[in-house]
Design a protein around this ligand. Structure first.
Ligand code: ZN
Length: 68
């Protein structure tokens, strides 16, 4: 489980790998629902925010975070 500390454009590792074998997803929308895109195959999935937080294992720090 992750906290509420995630934002658009970050990559997350999900507990269960996707059918394509990748467990890495990019957050493409946040709000009451969270939309994520599979890095492996490009599939987009929308999850309830609470479900997303439970299903995610870790948030990856963006290597090119220039806003900070
Ligand atoms: Zn996939």
């Amino acid at each position: 489980m992750i906290g509420n500390d995630f934002k658009l454009g970050q990559r997350v590792i999900m507990r269960k790998p996707h059918a394509c074998g990748s467990s890495e997803w990019e957050i493409i929308r946040t709000g009451a629902d969270v939309k994520i895109k599979c890095i492996g195959c490009g599939r987009v999935v929308m999850l309830d925010r609470g479900d997303f937080i439970k299903a995610a294992k870790a948030v990856m720090e963006a290597s090119d975070d220039k806003d900070r």
